[in-house]
Design a protein around this ligand. Structure first.
Ligand SMILES: C[S@@+](CC[C@H](N)C(=O)[O-])C[C@H]1O[C@@H](n2cnc3c(N)ncnc32)[C@H](O)[C@@H]1O
Length: 493
């Protein structure tokens, strides 16, 4: 199947104006190259080009979900003065929450508000990707990424016995580029594409609109109540629906779930070792009205998640740590994924940057392709944290006896085993020198490790590989056997 799929996809359409900058790459190494819309050859009948959309068309507001924290044991905070009127809407809101609660909020609550506050959250009102945005992700680096995720998806579908109906769910699809490349690449495999119902799980109304355009959807546009509207992707004729959460996607059908750079956006709690034991790091308002970190003097509700996470770790691992991050939302999501896959069949693919063990102190803020202070001008920078893949494994194992967990393996092995080397060679055959250079730098960014040796441009634009820092893990129904390429030939971390 793998060879057949790769052979059938031998031409290229590069899409989008791409600002080649990645999350979690040092600021000095950001590459800021604009790729013009090129259609190198008709990969299939449609190109994947995407035009930036105005970003202020937020029409649908999501309910804010906040962590409720028992603050009875916290110290009495000083009265906060009235904030200056120059505060942004989100800053006012955060200060309001802290004031109303009478004490600091957890880092997780801060992160959740900053990213997904319905009115002013980072993701909610604008396109944060690309040259005008803040960072770039693998699907935006090269079409090869989405195509190879498509190869993985089709191989799993074969292992599932080629079911007639499948829910293909993407969590946090961003601009929709991965899904567009997946569908376009798969468009020649009728039996597969006819089985699909695509579900996009996205909290941002603005990004939902982009996700409608990128995979060339037609039919009813997403709008006020986009829960289950019938739209069709013109690439493959598959229905596409949007949902704010995974729980809203109907269950009962065999399911394939893709989560690329989704878990890293889920809110994390931070704990620090103090003389009295582990204390949760909180966000408060300082005397000068700026935000500051403080430590909770008492155990907080999230301590339960910390205890749970620590039970999965070896004593030696814990002894070395001065700080620990835990992601209860990630654990809960994994549990829901595992239960769904366990009962409906199929599998999930999780790709993100992270570690196969406890994460200590990774929370970062990126604005306009540069690292900035986490507490500076919240809502104007992306917040993300390393994903704890060991925690995902344990959460899935705990949730369902019917699933097996594979990986993590490094992204270069994952994409290499799926045939990225053959794919890039096939694409280079059909393009000019400039396009070949773009392909090579995109290839390096996806699978390379460190700075690209072939680079002849400015030093500060050297492509930096994501090949070892990004990890892939699969959660599949045990009936499906071992998914490609997670077999014993691959080195698991
Ligand atoms: C880092 S971006 C990744 C985008 C895309 N997967 C890619 O690789 O280009 C995170 C995506 O998840 C969405 N998102 C973040 N938190 C979410 C939440 N709690 N519920 C639903 N979507 C969320 C964001 O709006 C965005 O589309």
């Amino acid at each position: 199947m793998l060879r057949r799929i790769l052979k059938s996809t031998t031409s290229l359409s590069l899409s989008s104006n791409i600002f080649l900058t990645s999350k979690n790459i040092s600021p000095s190494s950001f590459l800021t190259t604009t790729l013009h819309n090129h259609t190198l050859k008709n990969f299939s009948s449609s190109s994947s080009s995407l035009e930036d959309q105005p970003s202020n068309e937020s029409s649908q507001q999501q309910p804010s979900s906040t962590l409720s924290i028992d603050r009875s044991g916290l110290y009495n905070p000083p009265e906060h003065s009235h904030e200056p009127c120059s505060d942004s809407e989100l800053v006012k809101q955060l200060k309001g929450i802290i004031k109303f609660r009478g004490g600091p909020i957890s880092v997780a609550e801060y992160m959740e508000e900053v990213l997904t506050n319905p009115k002013a959250g980072f993701y909610m009102n604008r396109d944060v990707f690309g040259s005008g945005g803040d960072f770039i992700t693998s699907p935006e680096v090269s079409q090869m990424f989405g195509e190879l995720i498509g190869v993985w998806t089709m191989c799993l579908w074969e292992q599932m016995g080629q079911p007639d109906k499948v829910n293909l769910i993407e969590l946090g699809p961003g601009r929709g580029t991965l899904m567009a490349d997946l569908l376009r690449g798969a468009s020649k495999f009728d039996k597969f594409t006819k089985s699909l119902h695509v579900h996009m799980v996205e909290c941002s109304p603005t990004l939902q609109k982009l996700q409608y355009l990128t995979p060339k959807c037609a039919g009813e546009d997403v709008g006020e109540s986009s829960g289950d509207k019938r739209t069709i992707s013109m690439f493959v004729g598959a229905p596409v629906s949007w949902h704010a959460t995974l729980e809203q996607v109907p269950s009962g059908l065999p399911t394939i779930i893709i989560a690329h750079e989704f878990f890293d956006a889920l809110p994390i709690h931070q704990f620090q070792k103090a003389s009295r034991g582990w204390s949760e790091k909180m966000v408060d308002v300082a005397e000068d009205s700026s935000f500051q970190f403080v430590l909770s003097p008492q155990p907080t509700p999230a301590t339960l998640s910390l205890i749970k996470r620590c039970q999965w770790a070896a004593k030696e691992e814990l002894a070395k740590l001065e700080q620990i991050e835990v992601c209860p939302k990630g654990m809960e999501l994994t549990s829901n994924i595992a239960k769904r896959i366990g009962s409906d069949g199929g599998g999930a693919l999780i790709i993100d940057y992270g570690l196969n063990g406890i994460v200590s102190d990774s929370l970062q803020a990126i604005r306009k392709h540069k690292f900035v202070d986490i507490l500076d001008d919240p809502g104007s920078a992306d917040l993300s944290a390393y994903v704890d893949f060991a925690s995902i494994r344990h959460s899935a194992e705990e949730a369902s006896d019917n699933v097996s967990i594979h990986g993590p393996i490094i992204q270069s092995q994952f994409l290499g085993s799926l045939g990225i080397n053959f794919r890039v060679e096939a694409l280079v055959q059909n393009c000019n020198d400039e396009q070949a250079d773009l392909l090579r730098s995109g290839y390096w960014r996806l699978v390379g490790d460190g700075e690209a040796p072939f680079w002849e441009g400015p030093d500060d634009q050297t492509p930096i590989g994501m090949g070892t820092r990004y990890l892939a893990m699969a959660i599949v129904n045990k009936k499906q056997g071992v998914p490609v390429p997670f077999d014993n030939k691959i080195r698991h971390l």
